[in-house]
Design a protein around this ligand. Structure first.
Ligand code: ATP
Ligand code: MG
Length: 429
């Protein structure tokens, strides 16, 4: 017996009922980014495994246990991208986009893959919109990234539901000195921290700060603070960022434990979090990664970026009931035609209307049917108006124009006047 075919756990279909909200969200972000001069880049979904190991870091949740890695037919080890920064940097280097200190402001969007435990807001295939900026090292650009997300939250109507958390990780030298102090402290408390953290203490001690383990968290309360080890350069940078956020009126909280899951960050790190989604509360996260390009074989190139989780933001829009009503209607006008001649005329009329009324969403009845059945379909389509074309209308070169929502009588409109009529009543609708 064949098993029912099913999608892979944690990999979701986005059904037609949901796609209008996705398109609204993606369109809002794309429009916003156009307004800031960011340009879109599209990278492949599959890359050599090595790319992620080298950029994200071997001792991270992603590389240790979340990657979808497989062997290509020729024996290459390939991985479904778990995030976008690595591939974006690879593409920038491969095509020389950051050469000669060229500034690049890039964004991308698409599916990412991580083998995690699926739950609300956490999936195995999920979608991100990410931004990466190259060759700008000042806090002004860090601030711009935050300012534009702040504007996005307003556009989406979710500004009150998100909080900005900020931290600075310092330069790699400062982090090195802090790392030593942290290792010393944690080594003295070795028996009080969980096994994972004990292991990380040896491989990547800063990641211990990120632990979800309550006992280790309790130990960390008294651990040395990264802020006390910040170098002057990072401190000035961080102050510069905070001053700009203050000037822009963007509230934030400093979270000294914010270290981010990936190895490549330096100086600024930030997360936008919400308490409206339960445990999966981070909707957008990023930071500065001045060492990454060099680590990946390029010239020293400052970089800063972030990624937002589309699923979580969509959930937030739904939770806060910030789904604009207008996006649910996908058809403006539904054309019903009765009889072979009327159907033929309807086809040409519909094409003409599509030429003449930009943006018109016109659905033509397919599969014939009685008055009753066509009107039922017209109603179900969500259209505001039905156009009716039968033998009588055909003879007079008119259509019956019937409002489907609210008041208004059916009236006949000449074909020649129809485009103008639709342009006025559909756009307002
Ligand atoms: P988390 O701590 O929740 O695992 P992360 O630090 O692994 O997040 P990033 O790699 O920074 O996440 O990804 C940026 C954003 O992408 C997250 O803030 C989140 O909104 C989203 N995201 C990450 N992993 C998932 C997932 N498995 N499912 C849905 N969204 C995700
Ligand atoms: Mg994660």
């Amino acid at each position: 017996m064949s098993k029912t075919l099913q999608a892979i756990r944690g990999m979701n279909d986005i059904l037609p009922e949901q796609t209008p909200l996705w398109r609204y969200f993606e369109g809002t972000v794309a429009g916003l980014l156009d307004g800031y001069g960011y340009r879109q880049i599209r990278m492949p979904i599959v890359e050599f495994t090595d790319l992620f190991k080298r950029s994200i870091g071997e001792v991270t949740d992603i590389v240790e246990k979340e990657m979808y890695t497989f062997e290509d037919r020729n024996g290459d080890s390939l991985t479904l991208r778990p995030e976008g920064t690595a591939a974006c940097v690879r593409a920038v280097l491969e095509h020389g986009l950051s050469g000669g200190g060229q500034v690049q402001k890039l964004w991308y969007m698409g599916p990412m893959f991580r083998h995690e435990r699926p739950q609300k807001g956490r999936y195995r295939q999920f979608h991100q919109i990410g931004l990466e900026v190259f060759n700008l090292d000042g806090p002004d650009i860090d601030a711009e990234l935050i300012v534009l997300t702040w504007r996005l939250w307003k556009l989406l109507g979710i500004r009150d539901a998100v909080t900005l958390e900020l931290n600075s990780l310092g330069t790699s030298e400062a982090r090195g000195r802090y790392r030593e102090a942290l290792v010393e402290f944690l080594t003295a408390h070795l028996d009080q921290i969980d096994e994972d953290s004990q292991r990380r203490l040896k491989t990547n001690p800063l990641r211990v700060l990120d632990t979800k383990h309550p006992e280790t968290q309790a130990v960390l309360v008294n651990a040395p603070k990264l802020a006390d080890y910040l170098d002057d350069e990072s401190r000035v940078h961080f102050e510069g960022l905070k001053a700009r956020l203050d000037a822009a009126g963007i509230p934030y909280v400093i979270n000294p434990k914010l270290v981010r899951g990936l190895d490549y960050y330096s100086k600024t790190v930030f997360e936008w979090v919400t308490d409206k989604l339960g445990a999966q509360g981070t909707v957008c996260a990023g930071g500065r990664y001045d060492g990454l390009v060099e680590q990946m074989g390029g010239k020293p190139t400052p970089g800063v970026g972030f990624a937002m989780g589309i699923e979580r933001l969509i959930l937030l829009l739904e939770t806060l009931e910030q789904v604009p009503e207008s996006i649910s209607r996908q058809v403006d006008v539904y054309l019903c035609a009765f009889g072979e001649q009327a159907e033929l005329a309807g086809l040409t009329l519909a094409e003409r209307l599509r030429d003449e009324v930009p943006g018109l969403r016109l659905m033509v009845n397919a599969g014939a049917g009685s008055f009753k059945s066509q009107f039922k379909k017209a109603d179900k389509s969500g259209a505001l108006h039905a156009l009716i074309l039968g033998d009588d209308e055909l003879a007079q070169q008119v259509v019956g124009f019937k409002p489907l929502r609210g008041q208004g009588e059916q009236q006949n409109i000449a074909w020649s006047a129809l485009a103008d009529h639709l342009a006025t009543c559909v756009v307002q609708g």
